[in-house]
Design a binder for this molecule. Structure first.
Ligand code: FE2
Length: 231
């Protein structure tokens, strides 16, 4: 090495992000059949319900009451399994590898969202939950000339990130999710989000779910102590 050269450093091994936010987006294949069944089931429930309207974040449209995934129709049982699998895969990815075998249980609360022309969801988060899931059943026919029509937007809670000086990097602060049937996204429940007004024809349907993760605590055998005996 010449005297005036810098020592070699592999900088790509030195750079990471801090305070990471887990996010999953998976496009499930072969879901046309269950999506069709869920579509019919949700619209039938909407027809039969005049109490659920407007009880959560929706402006217009309809949201079912909770725990739709406790129903026993096979399409919903399968969707719940898909959600459980996704959360377990996420947990496997984020637990520290040196922490030994871990065992988790999931607690779900889930509901259906129906969105038609001009309906949207205001900015909100999901209190009392750890992860939130959205699964898209049908996209409707959003008007392609309207920006963001029916898109989910996740908002970066670190407001100052919008002041970033270098544009078009992996740190960009706005994140949009296109409703594509079969797509499932997972994000921490504290992340504020919204659905932009859906402008178009048809019906946009999603199933949303809050998940709490409980860890099964292993009890260990009490330590054996040496006991001094006399006599
Ligand atoms: Fe939400």
């Amino acid at each position: 090495m010449a005297d005036d050269a810098l020592p070699e450093v592999d900088f790509q091994q030195c750079i990471t992000t801090m305070f990471g936010t887990p996010f999953v987006s998976v496009d499930w294949p072969d879901v046309d059949e269950i999506n069709s069944e869920i579509y019919d089931l949700v619209l039938a429930e909407e027809q039969a319900d005049d109490l659920g309207r407007g009880i959560r974040s929706n402006a217009g449209g309809w949201q079912s009451r909770g725990n739709i995934l406790t129903r026993t129709e096979l399409c919903l049982v399968k969707l719940k399994e898909m959600m459980e699998t996704t959360i377990f895969e996420l947990l496997a990815a984020i637990v520290r590898k040196d922490s030994g075998e871990r065992s988790f249980k999931l607690v779900f609360d889930s509901w259906a969202n129906v969105c038609r022309n001009n309906n949207y969801n205001v900015v909100h988060s999901h209190p009392n939950a750890m992860y939130s899931i959205v699964y898209y059943v049908s996209s409707g026919e959003p008007d392609q000339s309207i920006p963001y029509s029916g898109m989910l937007e996740l908002l970066d809670p670190r407001e100052a990130t919008t002041y970033i000086q270098v544009p078009n990097t992996i740190l960009d602060a706005r994140m949009f999710i296109t409703n594509r049937p079969g797509r499932m996204v997972v994000f921490p429940s504290w992340v504020k989000h919204m659905v932009h007004p859906f402008v178009g024809n048809g019906v946009r349907i999603s199933i949303a779910c809050n998940v709490n993760v409980l860890e099964e605590i292993r009890t260990t055998r009490p330590r054996d102590f040496d006991v001094a005996t006399s006599g």
